[in-house]
Design a protein around this ligand. Sequence first.
Ligand code: GDP
Ligand code: MG
Length: 163
Amino acid sequence: MGNIVAIVGRPNVGKSTLFNRLTESRHAIVDEEAGVTRDRLYGKAMWNGKEFSIIDTGGYAFNSDDFFEDEIKKQVVIAVEEADLIVFVVDVTSGITDYDEAVAELLRRSRKKVVLAVNKVDNASRDADAPIFYSLGIPDLFTISGINGSGTGDLLDFITENL
Ligand code: GDP
Ligand code: MG
């Protein structure tokens, strides 16, 4: 396997917060290729002595018109093409949305290694709302809080063991 991880998920689930936590964000750069909607963010992370790259694919300016079909696909296509492992982020406070279902289906079909990060589990009381996300069909599920860091060590262990 290679060593590139992509973070996907709909807006506001906490992709950038997680990206900043996992990377040494001072090293992050923005790829600004002229004329291309390619404002994904690259960073480097180190865990258990293993260095890997992380892509935040959520930098797109979402068009209200083609938000659902086209933008989902673009984000997932980038992730599938570029990454060796994909972190699919969802938001425990909003439950499963249509967008989450659509992304999950594309990811399952891609046959890439995918880990589901149920984010915003800031305290134990929110753990109870996490198991519903198993219905997305992605068995490797971690509850995390990008804001306070809980669960991110286990997620990083999984990532480095599967790269
Ligand atoms: P993105 O659009 O997926 O990149 O999401 P952002 O990282 O920009 O976060 C969207 C909002 O969710 C911001 O207000 C964050 O502060 C908030 N957020 C991100 N992670 C967490 C978390 O673990 N817990 C809580 N409570 N809020 C979070
Ligand atoms: Mg973002």
